[in-house]
Ligand binder design. Structure first.
Ligand code: NAD
Length: 331
């Protein structure tokens, strides 16, 4: 196994984080094989690299075992980002099946190739733990299995356990990355992309901002270049092997203040218009929110040498400019 991975397989390559990671890997001289079924990702996110000889794109599904047959056998590291996120409005079945089956297939490949595997997890695994900031060794406090939203955290916790079980049983190095609210250009233009994406859309369209609950729940938001710096360091640094890392900014902000900040930065006329949407009104399943969320980023700084640098106002301004470049909005 090479010390510093050269050829890297990225699943979910056409998604938000995957496409930014691809930019970084190719700019750093790596060879990349990217897999995505384009269910949520977009070909346009990776279009500029499709003719690059250092990049091979495979449009396939990670839940199919056959996707991983006949791949080149000189892959040094797999970064597994393909996943289905929190079922805020939808059903838990995709979240559970894609996140379990995809990860098992990826770990089997890592075992066959005897290569390192970096796995995307989430801040959601801390659940309702009231102890802040969240440290990687803290407990996961997960709600009832009758509340579908917990299926995401549980699927990622299962993936984390499976990864460490593969490391113990088959001696392949694994790294777990728990991302905290990454945002920036190319994030999804819906709740899939996070609240900041929807708020920017609503404000640029002179619309009413929908805030779930009372808006006093907090989150930390991390500009995509900082998230990608964490993924890249975890991929190339052997010191990262066998560890779990929080990847995120430790600036905590309420959702209501996020909306006010975006309104201020977007220079649109009029007052901020807010509509509070009770959680009970969501269709299809019961929803339960996490009240506060902020990472302890000490381990990321000490071992990966990465600290979130882009200030929230700067990152949001860049993201608002990207939204405007799409020419979809009133302002
Ligand atoms: N963005 C964040 O803030 C954040 C926070 C916590 C965790 N994560 C995790 O990071 C990873 C990447 O997130 P993202 O924001 O880039 O999401 P994304 O939805 O933009 O990217 C995921 C990509 O995976 C692809 N995909 C989904 N199912 C697939 C399948 N069965 N086969 C092949 N490809 C499939 C999608 O088409 C998409 O391009 C995910 O594992 C997610 O759970 C992200």
């Amino acid at each position: 196994m090479a010390e510093a991975p050269h050829k890297i397989l990225v699943t979910g390559v056409a998604g938000f984080l995957g496409s930014h990671l691809l930019d970084k890997l190719l700019a750093s001289g790596h060879q990349v094989i990217g897999i995505d079924n384009l269910s949520m990702g977009k070909l346009e996110n990776i279009a500029e690299h499709l003719s690059n000889k250092a990049f091979q794109f495979i449009q396939k599904d990670v839940t199919e075992k056959s996707t991983f047959e006949n791949l080149e056998n000189d892959i040094d590291c797999i970064v597994h980002l393909a996943a289905f996120k929190i079922p805020r409005y939808g059903k838990a079945i995709d979240t559970l099946k894609i996140n379990y089956q995809g990860t098992e297939n990826v770990l089997e490949l890592a075992r066959n190739l005897n290569c390192k595997c970096v796995l995307a997890s989430t801040s959601d695994v801390y659940g309702r733990n009231p102890k802040l900031p969240f440290n990687e060794d803290d407990n996961s406090v997960i709600g009832s299995s009758k509340v579908a939203r917990w299926s995401y955290a549980v699927s990622k916790l299962f993936d984390e356990h499976l990864a460490f079980a593969y490391q113990d049983s088959y001696d392949i190095p694994v790294v777990i990355l728990r991302f905290f609210g990454s945002y920036g250009p190319r994030h999804h233009l819906s709740w899939w992309g996070g609240p900041q994406s929807v708020f920017i859309e609503q404000i640029l369209n002179d619309g009413e901002i929908s805030i779930h609950g009372d808006g006093l729940q907090t989150r930390s938001f991390t500009y995509v270049s900082d998230t990608v710096a964490g993924i890249y360091a975890a991929t190339i640094k052997p010191e990262a092997n066998g560890e779990i890392f929080n990847i995120g900014s430790d600036r905590e902000i309420t959702i209501l203040d996020l909306a006010k900040t975006i309104k201020g930065l977007s220079n649109t006329p009029g007052e901020l218009k807010v509509k509070f949407v009770p959680y009970e009104s969501f269709t299809g399943n019961k929803y339960e929110d996490v009240r506060r969320r902020v990472p302890d980023s000490t381990r990321c700084e000490q071992i990966l040498g990465v600290k979130a640098e882009v200030k929230l106002e700067e990152g949001l301004s860049r993201t608002i400019a990207w939204h405007r470049s799409l020419n979809l909005y009133k302002y």
